[in-house]
Each structure stands twice: as structure tokens, then as C-alpha cells.
Design a protein around this ligand. Sequence first.
Ligand code: ZN
Length: 202
Amino acid sequence: MRFYLIDPKDHRYSNYIFYLLSDDDYLVLRESYRHLQCQVCKKIDEIAALQLPLEPDVQIQGRFDLNQTSDGMYHCNDRVKKIVEDNGISGIRFIELPGKEDCYVMVPTVEVLVDRSQPGHKYNEPKCPNCGRYREVFGFARLSPLSLPEDPMVIFTPEIWLEDSRGKNAVLLVSQQVMQIMKVQKVSGIMFSELAQSWPEG
Ligand SMILES: [Zn+2]
């Protein structure tokens, strides 16, 4: 079976759900998440943050059907939610944006294990002495280290997310079947990048 990364296209908006952008373009963590912030590296526990209600004034601009916020979380509109539900695709919890009917943050609920003994993710030091997170995680794993789901009708996520100096960026993966459903429906805002089986020899 072939698998694909849901790869967001660039857009001109800076959408954040966990942060506010100050007038001088600084990222300010929203009040609701202060208790989740590491006092040393200033990152927050994004997984715990997604369990909390969104703040009422969160706004997501842009007209794509599916995309990623600047703080790394996927969002979609009613059309995508309906495509997912009508086709029996599992693996996503939709959090409606307060006061906006046509916009949802997509929280992956099916997490697959990553075999860390195989080549894959790369980690940039330093590692935070307080929370233990690396400054950056990159170099997306190939298929071979992932415990892939047997049911193809699912959107899933590896247990290791990519990470930059601000924090984690969610990773959504789909089977060829799910990719084709989204392509036929012309879901905008994303591309599909096929995942190679393993790293080239040598
Ligand atoms: Zn830390």
C-alpha cells in the first residue's frame, strides 16, 4: 500500500491557534496555555493544549479547504469534515472554532509507533534540560520504521512530530485510498507527498 503526507501549501496568512501576534510581530502565548509552557525552552505541550477549548477570538484566515496554521496544526472547513465523515474515514477529532461554523482544527487520534532503531528523524541539539525536548526534529521517517495501520480508511500520525524552535508541527498521513478520495473532491490547500519505503542504501 502507498502512503502520503498531507503537505500544506504556502499561503500568505499567519494563522495561530496557541499564540497571538503582537503589534511588533512577536509571538505571545495565549493565556490558556501558560501553564503548559516549559520555563526553560518556552515550548508548550501541544498535545495537552489541544485537549483545552480554543480561545474565543482565534481566527483562521484564508480560503483553502485544508491547511496548516503557522503554529503547526492542521485546520479544515465543513467540506473536508463532510468528506471525511461521509467516507467513513477515521482518525480525526474536529474542534470547531468558537463563533465560526466553517472552520475546524483537526486533531489526529490514531498515532502509530516509530521504530527509533531505523534511520529516520534527525534531532538538533540542544536538548532542553528541563523538559527534554530537542530544539528541532526534522528528516521525516520513511515508511519502514512506522507501524502502519491495517485499515486504509484512516488519517493517522506518527508518534514523533516534526519540531522547530517554536514547537511541534503536526504530521498527517493517509493511504492511497484516502488520498484519491480527497483528490477527486479537489480538496484545496494541500499536496500529497508520497513516502518512500526506506532510506536509500549507503
Ligand atoms: Zn523545555
